[in-house]
Design a protein around this ligand. Structure first.
Ligand code: HEC
Ligand code: HEC
Length: 373
């Protein structure tokens, strides 16, 4: 049986009514909170096309060996399939690579939410940090100016000469094109099992308290008690990378830290209550983006749901909303079916992926320091 979008709404309302009548037995989680449809942002085609080439161009990293797409791979929902990301030589990653699908619609970025301004800033950070692409912006600008294809594309996009400022605008314009489409949830074609999962999600399981709105996130920090990934502390290169990050972010005694402090890295709350908090992730496109959590500690959606069924992990700062749920095996499978119904078409066509080689086989510009293009 197929359900329409309208019927989804009716089920949600029915579920909310059931909740109010059972308000003494159950916390009133989910009351008034909705999921809803995604609205795609407007896109400037010439700027996005330029951003696409830049996203797939390895010359944007210091050693010209990795591009944004080396970690944000289209066939994996713009993630890398690893628990913890790789990093520039000399560093190693300490976080799971998040999806970039719908990232243009977020209110803050990175698992700890340390950037709350815009994607221009996130792009700058991704390019320049030594654990990411370790790129010097001046060198990047000169490399890009050497390539006649870029000179033409920057002109066509209305940016004039290639500059690092416009690189940081063009990549976010491309990110604006990475928007979910045609998930069974959006097209009203969810299975009966997924429909029952949605009722649990918005009702008895209480997921909607934090995972709400079209992207299924409240864009806020919460502590779920997700287990630490021991590789960050047992692998000397990862540990050194995290220690350098914590030192740069002003954490006292950064050499003694043995856990990912999450949101505390930037809000430094004196009572320590934000240690181990992470920004609620989107639940869209999850079928492409395993493993899960900020550190990739869960391999499957069933493992994540089983974790919540236990009431989350063990942490003094754990969010009081997380309590053992008492879901049966069948109910846990229904929740998983609903989560799977939030994934749409893969964004792997040439609309989203730079098609073919990026040729670096162009004649060198004579006296390039004197040239203005
Ligand atoms: C070496 C792997 C790697 C490369 C290369 C890389 N990223 Fe990322 N990206 C990550 C990881 C890991 C995170 C999460 C970091 C964190 O939470 O601290 C991330 C986070 C992001 C986010 C935030 C997403 C969100 O919802 O919070 C955006 C946007 C992003 N990257 C864009 C880019 C762009 C654009 C490039 C190229 C300029 C790029 N990344 C290159 C691994 C990478
Ligand atoms: C108290 C707020 C809160 C509630 C309630 C909550 N979550 Fe989460 N959820 C989070 C946060 C925060 C994370 C990220 C934790 C991390 O990265 O360590 C997360 C992560 C996840 C992930 C992993 C996504 C990914 O890409 O890694 C899934 C799946 C998920 N939650 C599903 C659910 C389901 C299903 C429920 C209901 C049973 C639920 N959540 C209830 C806050 C919440």
């Amino acid at each position: 049986m197929r359900y329409s979008r309208f019927q989804n709404t009716v089920t949600r309302l029915a579920c909310a009514t059931a909740l109010t009548s059972a308000v003494i037995a159950m916390p009133a989680v989910g009351w008034g909170q909705e999921i809803g449809q995604i609205e795609a942002p407007e896109v400037n085609a010439a700027k996005a096309e330029l951003g696409k080439r830049l996203f797939f161009d390895k010359r944007l990293s210091g050693d010209a060996a990795i591009s944004c797409a080396s970690c944000h791979q289209p066939e994996n929902g713009f993630t890398d399939g690893l628990p913890l990301a790789k990093a520039y030589p000399g560093s190693d990653g300490f976080r799971n690579t998040p999806t970039l699908i719908n990232t243009a619609l977020r209110k803050n970025w990175f698992h700890d939410g340390r950037i709350g301004t815009n994607l221009n800033d996130v792009t700058r950070e991704s390019l320049t940090e030594d654990y990411s692409m370790n790129m010097d912006m001046r060198l990047m600008q000169e490399r890009v100016k050497q390539d006649p294809v870029y000179v033409e594309m920057f002109e066509a996009a209305g940016y004039g000469e290639p500059s690092n400022g416009s690189i940081r605008k063009a990549i976010p314009e491309y990110l604006n094109t990475l928007i979910s489409r045609n998930s069974p949830y959006d097209t009203g074609t969810m299975s009966d099992e997924a429909m029952r999962g949605q009722e649990l999600f918005t009702g008895k399981a209480g997921c909607i308290s934090c995972h709400n709105g079209p992207l299924l996130t409240d864009d806020a920090l919460h502590n779920t008690g997700a287990p630490e990934n021991p590789d960050i502390w047992s692998d000397p290169v990862r540990h050194a990378t995290y220690a350098a990050f914590a030192s740069f972010m002003g954490i006292e005694n950064y050499m003694n830290v043995r856990r990912d402090v999450g949101g505390y890295i930037w809000d430094h709350k004196a009572d320590g209550s934000t240690k181990g908090t992470f920004i609620t992730p989107t639940l869209r496109e999850l079928t492409y983006t395993a493993p899960y959590m900020h550190n990739g500690m869960f391999d499957s959606l069933f493992e994540v749901v089983a974790f919540y069924n236990e009431g989350g992990g063990d942490d003094p700062n754990k969010d009081p909303l997380l309590k053992p749920l008492g879901l049966s095996f069948v109910e846990q499978k229904e929740l998983v079916a609903f989560l799977e119904a939030l994934s749409g078409d893969p964004l792997t066509s040439p609309d989203f992926v730079w098609d073919g080689e990026i040729s670096t086989n162009y004649p060198a510009i004579e006296n390039w320091r004197e040239q203005t293009n």
